[in-house]
Design a protein around this ligand. Structure first.
Ligand code: NAG
Ligand code: NAG
Ligand code: NAG
Ligand code: NAG
Ligand code: NAG
Ligand code: NAG
Ligand code: NAG
Ligand code: NAG
Length: 430
C-alpha cells in the first residue's frame, strides 16, 4: 500500500509537472482551505475555477460535490455547474447534492452521505444564503448529518468553495440574508434579525451565524459593483455586540475570490485572486450613533485588496503584492474625486466589461483617486438618494494609510490599486 502511494505520486509528477498529490499537499501545507468567490461568471474566470479544480485534485481528478441548497432552481443550477466544471474546466465528475429546502430528508440519507464522502472538493452555489441554513440545519441551528460530514472533510483538507450566497453562508459570525437590502436602506432603516422581520427591503441577517467554517468575519458578495459598503458597515455596527457579532467584515467583488488557507490556525491567510478586489472593514474603533432615519459612524478602517495581495486573518497583517508600488510621492492627479452616487444606485456596473472594467464602482473610484491625489487627504461621496442624504467621508491622513498600485501598461490597461487604513465616517446630512 505504502509503495502504491509513492508510485502514484511519482506518476502524477511525471504526467503533469505541478500536480503533486493535492490531498497530501493540502493536509500538510495549506491546512483547511476555502475558496470564496463574490459571484463568479463562467467565462473569463480561469484563475478562480482553475484554482478550485486544482485544489480539489486537478484536471481529470477533481470530484466536485455541488451544494445547491441556496438555489431556487436545482436542475438549472446543477446543469450550469456541470457545464462549468466538466466541460470548461475538466473536473473528473460533478455530483449535485440533492439537499434543499424541499428535500431536507436527504440530509440523513446514507446514500447521499456516502456520495458526499467520495468527493474531493465541495462547491456551494449561489442563490439565497438563508436557504443554505434552512436546508443544512435542523431546529436551533443543529447541523444535519450531511453538514457534519462536509465539516469532517474540510478538517481533513478537502477544499470547500463557494460563490455569492455560497460564500456569504460560510461564517460562524452573523450571516447576511439575500433580498433587496441596499446600502441606503441599511443606513436609513438599520438591519434586522431575519427571524423577527420579514420585509426583504430591509437588510436582514441570521444572528446565529452561517455554516461555521470561518470564524470572526461577516462575508458579503457582489460587493463593489452593487455598492454594498454601507450595508456591510451598518450590519457590523448593528450586530458587533451580539453573541455572534464581530467587528470585521469582508466584501468580495464579482469575478474575484479569496483563497483562505490554514483556516482555524494562527497562520490563517487569505489571498486575493481574480479581477477586482476584496473590501475589508473594521469597526472596532468606531463610534456609532444610530436612530431610526439618522445614523452616523466614525473611524471605520477600510482596506481594499486586489490580485496577489494577502492578509493574515488572525493578526490582520496585510501583504501587498510585489507587483504593486506605494503611491505616495507618485500620485498622478492633483485632486481627489467626489461622488453624487457613492453606492452606485443609478449606475450599473456591467459584467461584460471584464476583464478590464470600463466603469469602476463609485466607492472604489473615489478611494483610489484619494490615494492618487497630490493635494487632497480627504474626500467624500454622497448617496444618490436624499431625505436624508448620507455622506461618506474618507481620509488617508491617519497612521498607516497607504495606497499601492500596479500601473496599467497603456491606456487600454487599468491600474490595479489596493489600499490600507482608509478612515471612513458616514453621517446623515440633516
Ligand atoms: C420548493 O417547493 C416550492 C413549492 O412547491 C417551490 O415553489 C420552490 O421553488 C421549491 N424550491 C426549490 C429550491 O426547489
Ligand atoms: C428536475 O429534473 C428531474 C430529473 O430529470 C425531474 O424529475 C424534475 O421534474 C425536474 N424538476 C424541475 C423543477 O424541473
Ligand atoms: C431528494 O433526495 C433524495 C435522496 O435522499 C433523492 O433521491 C431525490 O431525487 C431528491 N428529490 C428531489 C426532488 O430533489
Ligand atoms: C501575523 O501572523 C503571521 C502568521 O502567524 C506571522 O507570520 C506574521 O509575522 C504576523 N505579523 C505580525 C505583524 O505580527
Ligand atoms: C467615542 O466615544 C467615546 C465615549 O462616548 C468618547 O470618549 C470618544 O472620544 C469617542 N471617540 C471619537 C473618535 O469620537
Ligand atoms: C441616472 O442614470 C441615467 C442613465 O445613466 C441618467 O440619464 C440620469 O441622468 C441619472 N440621474 C441622475 C439624477 O443622475
Ligand atoms: C471622522 O470622525 C473623526 C471623529 O469625529 C474625526 O476626527 C475625523 O476627522 C473624521 N474623518 C473624516 C474623514 O471625516
Ligand atoms: C496629508 O497627510 C500627510 C500624512 O499624514 C501629511 O504629511 C500632509 O501634510 C497632509 N496634507 C494635507 C494637505 O493635509
Amino acid at each position: 500500500m505504502e509503495w502504491f502511494c509513492h508510485y502514484s505520486l511519482v506518476l502524477l509528477l511525471t504526467v503533469n509537472g505541478f500536480l503533486i498529490d493535492e490531498k497530501f499537499q493540502q493536509k500538510n501545507r495549506l491546512g483547511r482551505t476555502l475558496v470564496l468567490g463574490g459571484g463568479i461568471y463562467d467565462d473569463n474566470n480561469k484563475e478562480i475555477y482553475g484554482t478550485i479544480v486544482r485544489l480539489a485534485g486537478g484536471v481529470n481528478h477533481a470530484k466536485l460535490g455541488i451544494v445547491l441548497a441556496a438555489s431556487g432552481d436545482f436542475n438549472a443550477t446543477c446543469t450550469f455547474y456541470q457545464n462549468v466544471f466538466l466541460d470548461m474546466y475538466h473536473a473528473h465528475s460533478v455530483y449535485c447534492i440533492p439537499i434543499n429546502v424541499n428535500n431536507t430528508s436527504a440530509n440523513s440519507d446514507p446514500l447521499v452521505i456516502e456520495r458526499i464522502k467520495q468527493q474531493t472538493g465541495i462547491f456551494f452555489a449561489g442563490g439565497e444564503p438563508e436557504r443554505v441554513i434552512e436546508s443544512l440545519f435542523y431546529k436551533n441551528h443543529v447541523p444535519s448529518p450531511a453538514l457534519l460530514v462536509i465539516k469532517e472533510m474540510f478538517d481533513t483538507g478537502i477544499i470547500i468553495s463557494g460563490s455569492s450566497a455560497g460564500a456569504e453562508c460560510m461564517p460562524s459570525a452573523v450571516m447576511v440574508w439575500g433580498g433587496t437590502g441596499s446600502s441606503y436602506n441599511a443606513l436609513q432603516f438599520g438591519t434586522y434579525d431575519g427571524s423577527e422581520v420579514s420585509d426583504r427591503d430591509y437588510q436582514l441577517y441570521d444572528k446565529d451565524g452561517g455554516l461555521g467554517l470561518l470564524d470572526g468575519f461577516i462575508i458579503d458578495a457582489h460587493f463593489s459593483d452593487r455598492g454594498r459598503e454601507g450595508r456591510l458597515i451598518r450590519l457590523l455596527s448593528d450586530t458587533h455586540h451580539l453573541h455572534h457579532g464581530t467587528d470585521w467584515g469582508f466584501g468580495i467583488d464579482e469575478d474575484t475570490a479569496m483563497v483562505i488557507t490554514n483556516v482555524g490556525t494562527e497562520n490563517e491567510k487569505a489571498e486575493v485572486i481574480g479581477y477586482k478586489g476584496v473590501f475589508f472593514a473594521d469597526v472596532s474603533q468606531s463610534n456609532i450613533t444610530a436612530k431610526y432615519h439618522s445614523y452616523s459612524i466614525t473611524n471605520v478602517m477600510v482596506h481594499y485588496l486586489t490580485h496577489g495581495d494577502s492578509l493574515f486573518l488572525k493578526n490582520k497583517t496585510m501583504i501587498f503584492s510585489s507587483t504593486k508600488s506605494p503611491m505616495i510621492g507618485f500620485e498622478r492627479n492633483s485632486r481627489a474625486m467626489t461622488s453624487t452616487d457613492i453606492f452606485n444606485t443609478n449606475i450599473t456596473i456591467s459584467h461584460s466589461n471584464e476583464p478590464f472594467p470600463v466603469h469602476y464602482p463609485e466607492f472604489v473610484k473615489v478611494a483610489k483617486s484619494l490615494f492618487d491625489s497630490k493635494l487632497d487627504n480627504v474626500s467624500y461621496g454622497d448617496t444618490y438618494e436624499h431625505n436624508p442624504t448620507f455622506r461618506v467621508y474618507m481620509s488617508r491622513s491617519g497612521t498607516g494609510a497607504k495606497g499601492y498600485t500596479e500601473r496599467g501598461q497603456d491606456l487600454q490597461t487599468n491600474d490595479i490599486t489596493s489600499y490600507t487604513n482608509l478612515q471612513v465616517n458616514i453621517t446623515s446630512l440633516g
